[in-house]
Design a protein around this ligand. Sequence first.
Ligand code: F6R
Length: 614
Amino acid sequence: MCGIIGYVGYRNTVPVLVKGLEKLEYRGYDSAGVACIDYQKGGISLIKEKGKLSVLKEKIGDFSIEAHIGIGHTRWATHGEPSRANAHPHIDASGKIALVHNGIIENYAELKHSLQKKRVRFLSQTDTEVGANLIGHYYRKSRKLFDAVKRAVGELHGFFAFVLFSKEDPETLIAYKRSNPLVIGLGQGENFVASDVTALLPYTRQVIYLEDEDLAVITAKEVSVYSLKSKSWVRRHVSTVHWDASQAQKQGFPHFMLKEMHEQPEVLKKILSKKIQKGKSIFFDTLDKKFQQSLRKIKRVSMISCGTAYHAGLLGSIAIEQYTRLPCRTQVSSEFRYGDPILDHEDLVVLITQSGETADTLAALREARSKGAITLAVVNVVGSTVAREADAVIYTHAGPEIGVASTKAYIAQLSTLILLAFHIARLRKTISLSELKGLLREFKKIPDQCAKMLKENKKFEECAQKHYTRRNFLYLGRGCNYPTALEGALKLKEISYAHAHGYAAGEMKHGPIALIDHEQPVICIAPDSTTYDKMISNIQEIRARDGIVIAIGTKGRKELEKMADDFFPIPKTLEILSPILTVVPLQFFAYHIAVLNGRDVDQPRNLAKSVTVE
Ligand code: F6R
């Protein structure tokens, strides 16, 4: 959460910073700001505003600043309410150092207290200003910014990233990373640093992903990295980014979310073409022989993730147990990491994350590694921290996902986890080759089936028209589609702000049935499955109490269609694959309800795309 950017080079800086912030705004939008060294005046110019980037842009329009070094920030508030005073960048009390920050400084209160005793004045409630002032304090002593940052970060607890400059050295940016992401973009006569590569793509594809405890000195001509871990200057690998910058644009869609939902068939095609070989084997190019060997020996599996990725993990667990016969638990990262999990070298821990930066998932990964488990990251963002720290990684190839509500990354996670289960099952010989071929034949139909469903958009919208003023929704599913019920409810609540609850249909009698009356919409996910008849019984129970039934089921199920007020058919498929299709109407339903309510679909209130605080 929070997006940070820095630039040093020949271009005029403020427009570069603003363009970068546009790409980073999904990380937080409580306030935004830029600071740069004004070429004419020689001092720091600071412009920051509460609210979205558009507010800042309007403000910037009043200024004409020529600058060649600067930093920018878009905030998701942690310490201190969203306000102009709490917006970044923050300037230290001497007025010499400007700093932007992503993350949390845990011991900020005691440090603030001791700085106040030294008569340092604070203007905000943020932990960030403590970081700026501690650096300022050491800078006053040493007059060397690099040394001051090095000394200060040694005293700061927590996980965070900084980018800063001093007006006394108008050629140099300093960047520091501890857990939260920072990537340097390498240009010709210019260099960049940002929380995320999408901000760099308009300028360069050559990047350096900083590692934890890296302190980078960035000038227009060069980038040097000092590792506080190894206490030495280091050479970090330069990677080439293959993402297409146009993938991160709306391409004529009114919202990123809608665009990303429409990209789902292509994402599925890409995953299947990359991972299925000749229709009879599964290939993960990032898993080496040794790792595959270890997959043969594991005794247990854990799927660990947050939010939407947790729902993907629930289906992943079903697939693992069903096809590999290994016991598999699913847990949200925040519960796993504090739960003192029992793990050893026979455990495979799969960390599922779109961003690869979610703080709790990263901490869960570290916990699993410290206990000797084998760790596998299922990640979308290439080069992200979780991807780099796990023993092995499988990328989900969904491309950049900008809408805060995850859609295409979810179906990419589902598909990848199912393929992973099939793959482990073949390694352990718990399914035969002909069984696998049959499964893959059905899987290959999924992208076209998904594309067909997208054409039903009008019907989804009409259904949303009927219900968009309601404030409570219940989602029910069983087995493979219990996670779909949770995911459908999450999509609706996060972008429409209506209350939505996902429940295991079998649990309805144990409480939620009390909610049912003629005003209660119940979304029943009931494709063909081993529990189809049980779902039908649940739907009868809802009908008997006058509830409104919105059903998702397999095409041709006339009895289901008759029982439902609205029916959304999915093409015939295997039970294990059905969640990839059943979620599509739920994404559209949530999307249209949010639009009809005038919500900010891509940037819902209080949320951010990448949750880098615990
Ligand atoms: C919901 C959503 C979130 C994320 C969660 C984990 O639409 O996007 O619930 O799934 O914050 O994020 P990642 O996958 O980046 O770890």
